[in-house]
Ligand binder design. Structure first.
Ligand code: ZN
Length: 330
């Protein structure tokens, strides 16, 4: 398995992330895991199944690993770039937009193109966020709006984790996070996908804005891939701030579901996390503009009302308690 986790790996310093570190961490394929478990007298498939049930307790595997690494540890820094439009009436409350600016750097073991430009993932998201900032600047908003181009998303969502650990607002005053990670460039679509659908009122905001565009909101059709847990908004959710992670739906105006799925599969197989994620003059920006209008409308609404979107009953997260009640709690 050598399509990731090669070259430098990043982590936050222990002052930011005090969770204990493993002596060694890595990946193995499902086949290799099955063989390893079998050689230790355990059944991978049945243990995996029981691990899906709440209350599962880890089982010690009767196996030992001998491993040696030649690696060095270096300390380096990278920047989150954050801008803000102060609110005109409720400046201590903030709506966040996030889009990661990093990608995977350079792989010198490759022949030919070694540079991961990350044009779609996620220069498109950063460009969209800047356009939305420009649009929101045209008239005052009651609440503050923060635009955070975060670093090291591709290395474990570290930039957004740091940002949430050092929020420039009280967490209970952060209204929501709208995360933009990859815009679709295959034309306008009749649907919008809400990744992590059903968690919070952000779906209702999305549905209202989508309706204005005569579009429907559909849940993510691959929830087992855990995409809701794989981009920067999850760090907001972890501290209880409702987050929206929407992407253009598959139902394209030109060609319907079949065309949408074909374009998505083509991107996943040929460009996603590859040096070929480059700018292409054939991009069709109409769908991207449609999605930017949608995310702008949601941010503008949130920035000009006084309510806070909540998590749905049974969601995996809960809103942070207001700062005062935290100190007066028994
Ligand atoms: Zn990304």
């Amino acid at each position: 398995m050598e399509n990731g986790w090669t070259g430098p790996q990043f982590s936050l310093p222990s002052s930011e992330d005090p969770a204990p570190r493993l002596d060694a961490a890595g990946w193995l394929s499902e086949d290799a895991a099955t063989r390893l478990f079998a050689s230790a007298g355990a059944d991978f498939a049945s243990l995996k199944k029981s691990a899906d049930i709440p209350g599962f307790k880890p089982v010690a595997l009767d196996a030992k690993l001998s491993v040696s690494f030649r690696s060095g540890i270096e300390s380096a820094s990278s920047e989150n770039v954050v801008g803000m439009l102060p609110g005109s009436e409720r400046p201590d409350e903030a709506v966040f937009y996030t889009a990661h600016w990093d990608h995977l750097g350079k792989d010198e073991s490759l022949t030919g193109d070694q540079i991961y430009n990350g044009a779609i993932d996620n220069a498109t998201g950063v460009a969209a966020m800047m356009e939305i900032a420009e649009a929101l600047k045209q008239q005052p908003n009651r609440r503050s709006v923060v635009f955070a181009a975060v670093t090291l998303e591709e290395s474990g969502l570290l930039g957004s984790r740091y940002l949430v650990g050092h929020l420039p607002f009280a967490a209970d005053k952060v209204v929501a996070d709208i995360n933009i990670d990859i815009l679709a460039l295959s034309g306008p679509s009749r649907s919008v996908t809400s990744i992590g659908y059903g968690q919070s009122d952000m779906d209702d905001y999305l549905m209202a804005a989508a309706k204005e565009q005569s579009r429907t909101v559909v849940p993510d059709d691959k929830p087992e891939k855990g995409f809701f847990f794989r981009s920067d908004h999850i760090n907001f959710a972890r501290v209880g701030i409702p987050a929206l992670y929407a992407s253009s739906g598959m139902d394209l105006v030109d060609g319907g579901e079949a065309a949408g799925r074909k374009a998505a599969d083509d991107y996943t197989s040929n460009r996603y996390h590859k040096p070929s994620d480059n700018y292409d003059p054939n991009w069709d920006f109409r769908g991207a503009v449609q999605d930017m209008d949608l995310l702008l409308a949601i941010g503008r609404r949130l920035a000009n009302e006084s309510t806070f979107p909540q998590w749905k009953a049974g969601a995996d997260f809960a809103r942070p308690a207001p700062a005062q009640s935290r100190t007066s709690a028994p």
